[in-house]
Design a protein around this ligand. Structure first.
Ligand code: ATP
Ligand code: MG
Length: 444
């Protein structure tokens, strides 16, 4: 992409109504625009990152054997009356009626909708196990929408639902989700710690929330600092292997880590004092096992091996796809702007032409642009007739992890400059070596 032709409405001023850094930076970098309270348009740069996050979520879900579908945002109230949640959900649910007077709602989540699909099409235990998921917009009429897309009213969420014959199978599905979530967040450059949580309106006993530690987080968390030393890394995992998934769950959940809803002061005291931490966190996901709560109410039964109708064991699992943009920025920025982790960056590399209009500099930039593109990368070429300072400021603000700077002086010596956004370190390289380095970083 050439910046002169792109739509990147960066703001010079810091928006005064944005209270936290991720919100400020998303507005300044031209990623989002508020449409009304808690509802946002996604401008090109923000939309690109949103899609990158979705792609990682999709890849990791499919790797775990979960099957993507898409359900509507507008649902029928009748379905929610069956589960009893139409009234339970209260004011957070946006209720609508259509021209025929039918009561509808904008889905805050989809347990009912999916249970309905399940009961219409699955009748035998032989069709189990089954896990379906979607990435779809949700609406919750939050009392206090704030922090930009972090607590929106309309937000993008991955929600998955498992159906299993037995509790053991459903707990394996729970573990599979925990493992796949660990991988998902790490690929986004984030540490998200599974913490024992409260199941709230979902019901059920087993639930973990995934929290990214950040001072601006809305949840108070209590943990043993040893949990922050755990990383999933690129270990091989067989999602069909019950013992292996269980071992990962135990490794990542045996240290004390809880949100304030389930915090147990006496248990916490058992953690050595120097490792006892009280901090704040951003909830970026949650997994639930809730047994037969929905299947019994909504008649989601299968014929069991004994020929008898058996209600299925279920769980649901959510990732805050749009909230993740905010969480990543909270975890990765400096006073100049965003620092995107390579896994989610909107463009792989920036190219800054220090002297637009200079034949040699222009030709060198065009050549870099062509080589990077040919290698399968997406560079963002700042080809505007602007001062170098302004170009650097824009690149730093939008946070591309790598920048290649091209100017007549360097070119005289046959070099361009490759700079890391994260460390600020620069290196002079031949244009070919710079391309090779960047391609190598992205492992293409
Ligand atoms: P919270 O406690 O933050 O209100 P929740 O526990 O009600 O969230 P879940 O039903 O667990 O939310 O939804 C799954 C994920 O969707 C959450 O972990 C969170 O990352 C994201 N999410 C929930 N509500 C919002 C919102 N209003 N704006 C953006 N993301 C949200
Ligand atoms: Mg939650």
């Amino acid at each position: 992409m050439r910046l002169s032709r792109y739509f990147l409405p960066v703001l010079k001023e810091t928006p005064s109504d944005a209270q936290i850094v991720s919100h400020r930076l998303m507005l300044r970098a031209g990623m989002i625009k508020q449409a009304s309270s808690g509802i946002y348009s996604w401008l090109p740069l923000g939309y690109k990152v949103l899609n990158n996050i979705k792609r990682i979520v999709d890849e990791e879900q499919e790797r775990a054997g979960h099957i993507p579908i898409l359900m509507p945002t507008i649902q029928s109230a009748d379905l929610w009356r069956e589960s009893g949640r139409y009234d339970d959900f209260g004011d957070e649910m946006l209720r609508i009626s259509d021209r025929h007077g039918h009561e509808m709602l904008y889905g805050p989540t989809n347990e009912e909708q999916l249970t309905d699909i399940f009961r219409s099409h699955v009748s035998s235990y032989k069709q189990l196990p089954l896990t379906l998921y979607q990435v779809q917009w949700k609406f919750r009429d939050e009392r206090r929408p704030r922090f930009g897309i972090m607590r929106g009213r309309e937000f993008y969420m991955k929600d998955g639902y498992n159906f299993d014959l037995t509790k053991e199978d459903a707990l394996h599905a729970y573990n599979r989700h925990l493992v796949s979530y660990l991988r998902t967040y790490e690929r986004m450059g984030l540490q998200a710690i599974p913490m024992r949580a409260d199941s709230g309106a979902m019901g059920g006993d087993d639930t973990h929330e995934f929290l990214v530690l950040a001072d601006t987080g809305e949840s108070e968390v209590f943990y043993d600092s040893a949990v922050t030393e755990l990383t999933f890394g690129d270990r091989d995992i067989d999602y069909g292997d019950v013992a292996q998934c269980q071992a990962v769950l135990e490794e990542f959940t045996s240290k004390y880590a809880r949100t304030d809803e389930t915090h147990d002061a006496a248990l916490f005291e058992e953690v050595p004092e120097e490792r006892r931490k009280v901090a704040r966190g951003i909830e970026v996901g949650q997994i639930f096992y809730f047994g037969t709560k929905y299947s019994e109410k909504m008649g989601a039964t299968v014929q069991g091996p004994d020929g008898k109708p058996t209600p299925v064991h279920m769980g649901s699992h959510g990732i805050g796809v749009s909230r993740l943009l905010g969480a990543i920025i909270e975890a990765s920025h400096d006073d100049k702007g965003i620092i995107w982790p390579e896994g989610v960056t909107p463009f792989h590399c920036g190219i800054v032409n220090l002297k637009q209009g200079d034949d040699e500099a222009d030709a060198a930039c065009e050549s870099l642009y062509a080589q990077l593109t040919h290698a399968g990368l997406e560079p963002l070429y700042d080809d505007r007739k602007e001062r170098a300072g302004g170009k650097f400021a824009t690149m730093d603000l939008i946070g591309l992890p790598w920048r290649i700077t091209v100017g007549p002086r360097g070119l005289k010596n046959g070099v361009v400059e490759l700079t890391s956004r994260k460390t600020g370190e620069s290196e002079d390289l031949t244009p070919e070596a710079a391309v090779e380095r960047v391609v190598g970083i992205y492992n293409l």
